[in-house]
Design a binder for this molecule. Structure first.
Ligand SMILES: [Zn+2]
Length: 106
């Protein structure tokens, strides 16, 4: 299996996209996801549809790609969310999230 270990979550280099060592933490989603949802990824929680793990989005392993981000489960490495930021439009799919919960942004 190719599970990212906990140390991979602490990688902070946006340019390091090669292999599993390129994982960023979910905090990098703050700007791009903020275009879609009015919550902080540091406080939003979600459940993985594959393994039932519940975690704060900021704890997910995030892989940066030229067109956006792939957000993977910290536990099973399943894809939780894909965010594409292209031509001034942010699009996301949360297919791998059973649910997503955030504090009221008021
Ligand atoms: Zn999972």
């Amino acid at each position: 299996m190719t599970h990212p270990d906990d140390n991979a979550l602490e990688s902070t280099s946006l340019d390091d996209t090669a292999g599993r060592g390129g994982a960023l933490d979910g905090n990098v989603l703050a700007g791009v996801v903020g275009a879609l949802f009015p919550f902080e990824p540091t406080t939003a929680r979600g459940q993985c549809d594959t393994c039932d793990d519940i975690a704060v989005l900021a704890q997910a392993a995030v892989y940066a790609h030229p067109m956006g981000f792939v957000v993977r489960c910290r536990s099973c490495d399943g894809v939780l969310m894909v965010v594409v930021d292209r031509d001034g439009r942010v699009t996301s799919s949360q297919r791998g999230l059973r649910w997503l919960s955030a504090a009221d942004a008021r």
